[in-house]
Structure formats: structure tokens, C-alpha cells
Design a protein around this ligand. Structure first.
Ligand code: GLU
Length: 464
């Protein structure tokens, strides 16, 4: 019987939640959901110099914001030091690991020698116990590191679910340090113990870890663990084809929130980076889970395309319920100093304007003038506001005031007769009217806008 699928996302909390990390988490999450498995969050915080509580929080917040829910965790490696220490002892006792008392000076000498010969530096395994070999005398006052006994011959191989068959000669593997001289466990070792203890069946992670995999496989074998399957995901490059960098690119999920990207749109976009389902561009996470298969993940790097993200974002805005969008727009109005009022209801405004925008900031801008008239730009004023405009707007206000039913249709019905009476084209009414009421000429149908703003407020704004 196959094991229950268990995947994990294991970020190191040394900065922010990176967009590449979110894509890794997404694929791991989708794979577990698709297979009725469990998705586990593990915080790899053993690098005490670089891990910060703020960064842990950024990861938790980021995961929450994108909506990638985990079934277990967060587990913290720093809370598992006893377990790592116990496992190191087990490997020592079983003869899979050994104490190494090599001094810094000796290591330097080995390194210098290798460099002089133009060779790769290897630890010469002088402390590795072998049958018939006499080990050096244990020096005094040197706290040893613990090294893992890598196999000396043969190959380590796995069938990567994304990259295909990968193998490496064991000659290329050093006897890895698994515990430092102060007893603290090292990175690759913690990952292995965790994947083992957490019963991870599928390790889905960035392909920057391909080189770690043979080391990890050999440790797992020594621990008599069932090997997980590996899927190494290719990198996401920026639009110029370079590695995403904090300086040039939006790389933290918070940046996308700030840009007004919906979490669903970001996930939809990230799903399409390196994975595809025919020509489908716009889809929900439920569809993604349904369609997702690691076999369809491309083994080569993909490029970020901001235009496409914005296009998808617009689709998601159109497809998101107005009251859900209200919740997202509200804080954005607040930052703009706009006070939401009962009338018009924010959801009704959103319904009217949401087809016009690509992100939530634009959406907030489009909602803002319903509550407080914007200040028209000099350009717009010059273009649409002449000396005839003020008296004409006042004359139109009278017709609005006299209207029986305050509906978009009835307001609309006023336009033609008014323009005929004034001897003007519709543009000479519509544009100044927009400026007078909204403070911007860029609005949806002005009849619908006026209907929503309400008669009293419309008249007040025109007469002001
Ligand atoms: N902590 C590693 C990282 O942030 C991931 C390790 C793994 O997935 O095995 O890149």
C-alpha cells in the first residue's frame, strides 16, 4: 500500500517570504491536496545568526495572506535540537558517523595542499574508522565534530519527478559534518531528520537544493528511512532573464499586496510559471488542484511577466464578489484619507467600476470619488472646463433636481433633450459634468455614477 502523501514547505526565516518560495509552497500544497495528503510547514531556523522572529512572522503572515493553509506545523527546528542530538548518537553507535578531531590548522593545511595541486578540497577522512586502520591519538582539548560516513564507492541516484533521472558518483561526496564542534547539528542533517520524523513522502523544493539531495539520501539510508520522492522546481527569473533580486524586483509577497494584487491572482500566476494545463490561463485554486501533476512541471526556468500578472489580476477582480472586494478596498480608502459612507454602499460602487481596473489600488481610486470629489488635474480642467461650463452645469442641476425617479435610466433620459436645448454635443455635457461631480473625467457611465452618488450630494457638488 502506498504511504499517505505528506509534503512540506521548509523556508529559512532569514528575510521575507520570497515569491519563489511561494511558488514552491504552492506546488507542494497543491500536490498534497490533490492526493488527499497533508501539507506541513516547517521553519528551518537553525541558522541562529540569520534567522529572526520578524522573518518567521513574515512567513506566517505571507502564507496566511496567499491562503496556503497547512495541516501540520509550523514546526521549528530550533525546538528539535534534542532530537537531532539523539539521532547523531544513534548514527555514531551504529557506525554511520564518527568523531573527527582534526584541528583548524590541519584542515587549513589540507586545503592549501589541494589548492597547490589545483584540486578540489576534500577532507582526507583521517578520522574515519575502517577495518584494519589505526586512527590517530585523540588530541586533548579539541572538541570534535561529527562526520557522516558517505559511501566510498558506487553512485547515488534518484528519479526526480521534475528533472528526471539524476545520479552522482559517491566519490564526489565528502564525509559531511553533521554536528559542529559545539554539538549543534548542521543544515542538511536537520532537514533529513525532519523529513524522516515528519514522514515526508515528497520533497518538493527549489532546484538550488539538487546538490544537497545525494547527501540527504545517504543519511536517510543510514537511518533506514523510506526514501521520499524528490521534485526539484526550476527557478523563477525576472523579466530580463536574471535571478530575481530584492533591489530590482518585487520579490516579497508583501510587495504584491502593496501593489494591489489579489492573492488568488498571484497564486494563479505562479501556478502558470513552470506548469501548464493546455491553454488555460485564468483558473481557480480548486481547478489548479484538480489539474496539478508534477509530471507537467517544466524542468527549465521560467520568466516573470508583470503584464500577465496584471491581466490575471483584472480577471480575478472581475470574478471576485463585490463584498469580498470591499473588505480589501476599505483599508486602501483609509490610507487615501477617504471616509466610507453608508451611501453609496461600497459594494455597489465596486460593482460599477471593477471592470475598469487591474489592481486594488486602481479600484480604490475609482471608488474614492464617490465619497469625496477628487481634485481635477490642470490638464483635465483645461480640456473640459471652459467659461460656459459653470452656468451650463447649474442649468443641468435644475433638471436633475426636478427629476421624478432618481435612476440611471431617468438621468440618462435627460441628456439628449438638454444637449438639444443647449445646442451642444454630448461630450460638452458629460465631461464637465464628470469634473463637476467626480473631479475626474475618467469614470464609468456618468448616469450610473450620478445615480449611485445620490441626488442631494450630486446637486451639492455641482452647485459648490
Ligand atoms: N530551508 C530551505 C530553503 O529555504 C529549504 C530546504 C528544503 O526544502 O529542503 O531554501
Amino acid at each position: 500500500m502506498s504511504r499517505n502523501i505528506r509534503t512540506r514547505f521548509a523556508p529559512s526565516p532569514t528575510g521575507y517570504l520570497h515569491i519563489g518560495g511561494v511558488r514552491t509552497a504552492l506546488f507542494s500544497w497543491a500536490f498534497s491536496k490533490k492526493n488527499q495528503g497533508k501539507f506541513i510547514l516547517r521553519i528551518e531556523d537553525t541558522d541562529l545568526d540569520r534567522s529572526t522572529p520578524e522573518s518567521v512572522q513574515a512567513i506566517l503572515d505571507g502564507m496566511h495572506w496567499v491562503g496556503l493553509d497547512y495541516d501540520e506545523g509550523p514546526f521549528y527546528q530550533t525546538q528539535r535540537f534534542d532530537r537531532y542530538a539523539a539521532m547523531i548518537q544513534e548514527l555514531l553507535v551504529a557506525g554511520h558517523a564518527y568523531y573527527d578531531y582534526t584541528t583548524k590548522e590541519e584542515l587549513e593545511a589540507m586545503r592549501a595542499q589541494a589548492e597547490a595541486k589545483g584540486e578540489h578540497f576534500w577532507y582526507d577522512r583521517r578520522w574515519r574508522p575502517e577495518a584494519g586502520k589505526t586512527l590517530p591519538c585523540i588530541p586533548e582539548g579539541i572538541p570534535p565534530v561529527v562526520r557522516f560516513k558517505m559511501p566510498l564507492d558506487g553512485i547515488t541516484a534518484w528519479d526526480d519527478l521534475v528533472k528526471g533521472h539524476i545520479e552522482i558518483s559517491n566519490h564526489e561526496l565528502d564525509d559531511l559534518i553533521i554536528a559542529r564542534a559545539d554539538g549543534s547539528p548542521t543544515y542538511n542533517f536537520c532537514v533529513v531528520v525532519d523529513d524522516f520524523d515528519m514522514n515526508i513522502t515528497h520533497v518538493i523544493r527549489g532546484d538550488d537544493h539538487v546538490n544537497n539531495t545525494p547527501k540527504q539520501i545517504n543519511i536517510l539510508k543510514a537511518m533506514k528511512a523510506a526514501l521520499p520522492q524528490y521534485a526539484h522546481l526550476p527557478m523563477i527569473l525576472n523579466e530580463s532573464g536574471a535571478k530575481m533580486s530584492k533591489r530590482r524586483d518585487a520579490v516579497s509577497v508583501v510587495d504584491y499586496d502593496r501593489q494591489g494584487i489579489l492573492p488568488e491572482a498571484l497564486l494563479n500566476y505562479l501556478a502558470r510559471l513552470g506548469w501548464g494545463h493546455g491553454d488555460d490561463e485564468f483558473f481557480s485554486m480548486a481547478q489548479f488542484i484538480d489539474w496539478f501533476d508534477l509530471a507537467d512541471v517544466s524542468p527549465s526556468a521560467s520568466r516573470f511577466n508583470h503584464e500577465k500578472l496584471l491581466w490575471l489580476n483584472a480577471q480575478h477582480i472581475k470574478n471576485t464578489a463585490d463584498d469580498v472586494l470591499s473588505v480589501m478596498v476599505r483599508p486602501r480608502l483609509h490610507v487615501r484619507g477617504i471616509e466610507e459612507q453608508e451611501q453609496p454602499a461600497l459594494a455597489n460602487i465596486i460593482k460599477l467600476v471593477k471592470e475598469r481596473v487591474q489592481d486594488l489600488n486602481q479600484l480604490a481610486d475609482e471608488c474614492a470619488y464617490f465619497y469625496a470629489k477628487a481634485t481635477p488635474t490642470a490638464e483635465e480642467t483645461a480640456k473640459h472646463w471652459d467659461n460656459d461650463a459653470p452656468p451650463r452645469m447649474l442649468r443641468f442641476a435644475e433638471r436633475l433636481e426636478a427629476l421624478n425617479n432618481w435612476t440611471a435610466e431617468d438621468i440618462h433620459a435627460l441628456f439628449k433633450p438638454f444637449c438639444d436645448d443647449e445646442g451642444i454635443k454630448m461630450g460638452k455635457l458629460g465631461m464637465p459634468l464628470r469634473l463637476a461631480v467626480c473631479g475626474t473625467s475618467k469614470t464609468p457611465s456618468i448616469d450610473a455614477v450620478l445615480a449611485l452618488i445620490g441626488r442631494e450630494e450630486v446637486l451639492r457638488r455641482i452647485r459648490e
